[in-house]
Every structure is written in structure tokens, then in C-alpha cells.
Design a protein around this ligand. Structure first.
Ligand code: NIG
Ligand code: FE
Length: 422
């Protein structure tokens, strides 16, 4: 019997399916892309219904009325990218600080002098919801053009109940009609706001007692995150906070061991976090610990590039057997870049990934880090029809072309974005 389809893509040179075991991929499993050559793929109402050899498509697939059939002429198709760590809910740019860094200042020194995240907080608190939405839309659109079909967005530039709610409401409102899948993270514990200066324990208590319950009640976030770092929140505070968030039913994630080893990765594993992110300064002991766990090690190589810091130890984590994801960390201070293809190039050229491991890290493992691995990150029957049509005849070109992605079109839930935005 033929399956019904409203989208059929044929004559695909390489269909990178990422089929294989569901869930996290590590070790040898992270190197396998499950490519079908001379392939076709069909979807119906946003879900994949069939993949196989192009020559078998006509006897396997029945196209419904008004369906779209596209011959992609031997090119490459991959799953859409999953960017599992971004901060696009902010107002104002930080070009002045960028210029200070260009003249020799250090990111952490700028932050401890009241700049950095707190600089964006000042501007975000004053911004209107319309302004926040415009900024968010602008960056999401760029992400989409660069192949990101699922994106996590964090709050964290409000640091008070009213602004944090406004930021998360902006993301929630947009998610209802915007083609990308948006997952929301409450990052109220991104910094200590000026009104709690020197009283970080009290700020954590305020977040737990007053803010988290309100965010939960209004269903404004899927996850809760904290910046565990020297001078921001300690491992002990992070442990306590994430435990509280988890008991309220939030998924948890953590900014860990970015500039200093603060044992953040260990907190992530012990707390059952979905993901520990950054890890530029992770200890060897914690590399072994995260490798034995189901917490995804999420690397953000764009941040190391943007700040001129050493790159995260990708090869060490992969060799230890960790499940590794990569993401952009898009934000106005430490990585002003929306491009997953650039992150893939950096993972390969600077962090010791093979091309196949970098593709796994930006698709299936990114999806697992967001708890959506059952329907995102791979092109197999039943999963969402989110894909990238590349102007390439060899998937390795994805990592090879630095900074300039050879993307011809993007499909979100079975629809070409060129037709959504025409
Ligand atoms: O992930 N590390 C903490 N937060 C962001 C930086 C935010 C900023 O500088 O505005 C990050 O790199
Ligand atoms: Fe971040």
C-alpha cells in the first residue's frame, strides 16, 4: 500500500538521515550518519512518512492533491539544525564593549566593572515588548536562513519578575505562529542584579520563592538554567537552585566551567541536568564523570572564538565517551553569531571533531539536549519534516565551507521556507 504525501523530494544525492538508535549518540554511534544515496523523502502534514531510494518513490508514495514534488538534482539533504543554547531575548547591543575588548580589555574584567550582562539588563528592563520581539525575530530569521529549525531561547537579561516574564511571554507568543520550533529557558540566575549586589543567596531565595512558581504557573518556560561561575553563582548555589527547579517540574541545564573550573559539570550530572554547557575549563575528572552520564556536554565554540579563549576540549570529551552537542550561544556579549554551520566548522577545525561527529552534535544530540530527540534531529518515519536542502553534492562540504553556508532552502514541518516567506 502507498503512503500519502504532500511533499516529495526526489533525486537526492545524499540523504543524511541520522537514523539509528534513538536518544544520545556517543562513541562509534556518534560517527554514523546513515546516509541513503540516490534517495527520496516524503512527508505528510509536517511528518516524515517515507524515505528510500528515489527509484522506489513512485510505487511507495501517493501524492495528495496540491502536493509539492521537487527534484533536488543530486544534492544533499540533512536534518535541520537544533541550536540548543541561545540568548536572543535582549535589548541594545554591546559594540562599545566589543571595542574595549579589541583594545585589550578582558570580558570578565568588563563584567566585574558593571558592564557585560548587567549592561544588557539595564537596556532590557527599559525595552518595550515590541522592541524585544523585533530583536528576537531578526535573530531567529537569520538562524532559519542558516538552517536552524529548532532553537532554545533563554531569558536572563531582565533579572526581575516583570522583565523576565515579559521576555518569556515574547518568546511564547512568537512560538505560536513562527515556523521554527522554539523551546524556552528561564535564566533568571544569569547574574546577580544590582538590587541584590553582594546578596546572591537572597537573590536565589527570591528566584525560588517568587519567580519560579510564577513562571511555572504561567507556563512560560520549559527549562531552568543557571550561570555557575566564579564571581556569579557557586556550585553549591547552583545545586540547590537546580534541585528546586527540578522539583517544580522544569527540565534543568547549566552554564558550567566556562572561564574557571567550578565543578559545574559535576553539579549537572548529580542534578540530572539535560545538558552542561560551555565546559572550556572542565577538569579531567569531570570529563570522565560526564562521559558516564546521560547529561549532554554542550560545546559553544563560537564563544571561545569571539572571546579569544582556548577552545573547549571536544576530542577529549568524545574520546571519553561523552554525548556531545554543539550550539551557537548566540548573545550580545560573548558570541554575536547565529550560524550553526560556522559552529560545525569550528568544532572540526578547533575542537577535534570529525565532520560526522559535528553533524551528530548539531542534530540528534542537540535534540536530545532539549528532550525532543523523539521527533527532532533525524529524518526517519514519524519524525518532524525539518530539513536543509544544501547546494552541495557531498555532505562534507557543510563543514568545509567556512562561515558561508551552501544552503539552498530549508524545510520546516514539511514546508519550504521560500514558499512560507514568498
Ligand atoms: O553563555 N556565560 C554567560 N552567559 C552568556 C554571555 C552573556 C553576555 O555576555 O551577555 C554566555 O556566554
Ligand atoms: Fe550562554
Amino acid at each position: 500500500m502507498k503512503v500519502q504525501a504532500d511533499l516529495l523530494l526526489t533525486n537526492i544525492g545524499e540523504l543524511v538521515t541520522m537514523a539509528g538508535s534513538p536518544g544520545l549518540r556517543r562513541g562509534e554511534a556518534a560517527k554514523e550518519l546513515f546516509i541513503i544515496s540516490d534517495a527520496a523523502i516524503a512527508s505528510f502534514q509536517g511528518r516524515i512518512v517515507w524515505t528510500g531510494k528515489s527509484r522506489d518513490a513512485s510505487r511507495s508514495v501517493k501524492q495528495v492533491e496540491n502536493s509539492l514534488e521537487l527534484n533536488v538534482e543530486g544534492k544533499v539533504i540533512t536534518p535541520g539544525f537544533v541550536d540548543s543554547h541561545t540568548h536572543p531575548l535582549y535589548a541594545g547591543t554591546r559594540q562599545a564593549e566589543f571595542a574595549m575588548r579589541a583594545a585589550g580589555a578582558d570580558y570578565e574584567d568588563i563584567a566585574s566593572a558593571g558592564g557585560g550582562i548587567l549592561n544588557s539588563v539595564k537596556r532590557t528592563r527599559k525595552a518595550s515588548s515590541a522592541e524585544l520581539k523585533d530583536t528576537l525575530l531578526k535573530h531567529l530569521s537569520t538562524m532559519l536562513l542558516f538552517g536552524t529549525t529548532t532553537v532554545e531561547v533563554k531569558s536572563g537579561y531582565g533579572l526581575d519578575l516583570e522583565t523576565e516574564i515579559r521576555c518569556l511571554e515574547t518568546a511564547t507568543g512568537l512560538a505560536e505562529y513562527w515556523p521554527q520550533t522554539i523551546l524556552r529557558t528561564f535564566l533568571g540566575a544569569h547574574e546577580i542584579p544590582p538590587e541584590y549586589s553582594g546578596r546572591s543567596d537572597e537573590y536565589i531565595t527570591y528566584l525560588i520563592d517568587e519567580v519560579l512558581p510564577e513562571i511555572k504557573k504561567r507556563e512560560l518556560a520549559d527549562f531552568v538554567d543557571i550561570f555557575c561561575e566564579k564571581g556569579v553563582f557557586t556550585a553549591e548555589q547552583s545545586r540547590h537552585y537546580l534541585q528546586a527547579a527540578k522539583s517544580m517540574g522544569f527540565g534543568i541545564r547549566i552554564h558550567a566551567d566556562e572561564f574557571h573550573d567550578t565543578d559545574g559539570a559535576s553539579v549537572a550530572v548529580d542534578s540530572g541536568a539535560l545538558s552542561a554547557d560551555h565546559l572550556l575549563s572542565i577538569s579531567d575528572r569531570n570529563i570522565a564523570k560526564i562521559a558516564r552520564s546521560t547529561t549532554v556536554a554542550t560545546l559553544l565554540p563560537g564563544t571561545a572564538l569571539f572571546l579569544g579563549k582556548p577552545f573547549p576540549p571536544g576530542r577529549k570529551l568524545l574520546d571519553a565517551g561523552a554525548a556531545v552537542a554543539i550550539a551557537t550561544d548566540f548573545n550580545p556579549g560573548s558570541c554575536f553569531c547565529e550560524s550553526m554551520p560556522l559552529m560545525i566548522n569550528l568544532a572540526v577545525c578547533q575542537c577535534g571533531f570529525t565532520i560526522e561527529e559535528a553533524i551528530t552534535a548539531s542534530t540528534v544530540n542537540g535534540a536530545a539536549a532539549l528532550g525532543v530527540g523523539d521527533h527532532k534531529g533525524a529524518l526517519v518515519q514519524g519524525m518532524d519534516a525539518d530539513m536543509i536542502l544544501w547546494d552541495l553534492d557531498d555532505y562534507r562540504g557543510i563543514a568545509y565551507h567556512m562561515a558561508i553556508p551552501d544552503i539552498e532552502n530549508v524545510v520546516v514541518a514539511g514546508q519550504l521556507i521560500s514558499s512560507i516567506f514568498k
